[in-house]
Design a protein around this ligand. Structure first.
Ligand code: BDR
Ligand code: CA
Length: 394
């Protein structure tokens, strides 16, 4: 495996090796400073289009995210890999196929992913996405077939074919991604980055602690966060600010193209579904924000965190914990963030139980960020991009 030198001076191989086993290193962050925009801004990413794989569980917001992606010339979508999540795979797979047909992008391989999380029973979100996953909006049966390669294997093959070129955009539970990483120890070092919708540093949506995608498969999420891949976490902290409105749907309805009509139908159904359940606002476009932020990094404000996932709690599995020297109660004196990695801020877990062999609550003796977490969003810019792209003439 070729080893490239990162801005920090250490090789990418060393970065991954040091991170995967124990602590996730922060080498993709020049000096572990606080609020930044993307580490890899479009101008430093070279000339697009950029190779991406979208891992998804459609899903109302997944549907609009996929349509946005398929209408975005900045993206070279190498594959779409459905996974069980919002609804079972038996529905997320045909839903993904329907969407590639609607977008006229049947050349994109769609590969069936995991039917269940790594170690848990599947919990779905039909309460939010309806029984069919598309808010009750009905579309014809797809005639396009999935490719025969399973999702995790296809992810592995594509990443190996284009080392350090492929960004993974998971917008569902992380089962497929974790399975691919587990199948090939070198794979993480070949992934350009992960831009994921998932997690939250401000409470969950399916439990008080956990965001849905991480809740469904916390073990998989933990594998991804500890993989050493540069991660951008687009979580509820920002996606809660992306509620779809009647006005957005009216604009989509007025645009006379197949994509806008489908998006409008899904959006309209989802808004009505929300109203029937007593919500005053439309559904959040969680997943579209993750895709949009890859296309337009300036939509989000990001901050460095060390993120870990609770996997053992009876009430809290799937909670994402964000450690930062400059956030929350851990805030230190001004300026410390500029030297965050050197300050030896310990990463502290729960107090050891009497029955455990562990004697210290310290899990890592040094703060080293493993993710850029979205902490603010320009919602207007986001919707301009989303609704604009979906409304454009084909
Ligand atoms: C996430 O969970 C799913 O219900 C949505 O599609 C989104 O990916 C939001 O928590
Ligand atoms: Ca989703």
């Amino acid at each position: 495996m070729e080893s490239t030198r990162l801005k920090t001076g250490i090789t990418r191989r060393a970065f991954v090796a040091s991170s995967a086993a124990t602590v996730v290193a922060s080498s993709f962050v020049p000096n572990a400073t606080a609020s930044t925009t993307f580490a890899e801004r479009p101008d430093s990413r070279g000339i697009g289009p950029f190779r991406v794989i979208i891992d998804t569980d459609p899903g109302v917001d997944d549907a609009l995210a996929l349509l946005l992606a398929m209408r975005s010339p900045e993206l070279k979508i190498e594959a779409i890999t459905p996974v069980a999540g919002n609804v079972p795979l038996e529905l997320t797979l045909p839903n993904a196929l329907r969407l590639v047909e609607i977008a006229g992008r049947t050349e994109i391989p769609v590969a069936a992913g995991a039917k269940t999380p790594l170690m848990r029973r599947l919990v779905t979100a039909t309460y939010a996405h309806g029984e069919n996953g598309l808010g009750g909006a009905v579309f014809p049966e797809p005639t396009t077939r999935p490719v025969s390669t399973p999702a995790a294997e296809l992810i592995r093959q594509i990443v190996r074919k284009y080392p350090r070129e492929v960004t993974l955009i998971p917008i569902g539970p992380l089962t497929n991604i974790a399975t691919a990483l587990n199948s090939d120890p070198e794979l993480a070092s070949m992934v350009r980055g992960v831009v994921m919708m998932g997690g939250s540093l401000s409470g969950g949506n399916i439990t008080p602690a956990a965001e849905f995608n991480v809740y469904v498969d916390p073990e998989a999420a933990r594998i991804v966060f500890q993989s050493g891949i540069p991660i951008t976490m687009v979580g509820l902290d920002v996606t809660r600010k992306t509620s779809l409105t009647d006005e957005h749907v009216r604009v989509l309805e007025a645009a006379q193209n197949q994509v806008s009509q489908a998006a409008a139908k899904i959006g309209r159904n989802a808004i009505n579904h929300n109203r029937e359940r007593g919500y005053l606002v439309g559904p959040n476009m969680h997943d579209s924000l993750a895709v949009a932020s890859f296309i337009r990094p300036e939509i989000l404000k990001l901050q460095d965190y060390y993120v870990d996932v609770e996997t053992s709690g009876e009430l809290t599995a799937g909670a994402t914990l964000g450690y930062s020297p400059i956030a929350g109660d851990l805030r230190r004196r001004p300026g410390m963030e500029t030297d965050a990695t050197a300050m030896n801020m310990p990463i502290r877990g729960s107090a050891p139980t009497l029955g455990s062999t562990r004697t210290s609550p310290v899990l890592r003796d040094r703060f080293v960020p493993n993710a850029k977490v979205a902490v603010d969003v320009d919602s207007a810019k986001f919707f301009e991009l989303l609704i604009g792209r979906l409304s454009e003439k084909s």
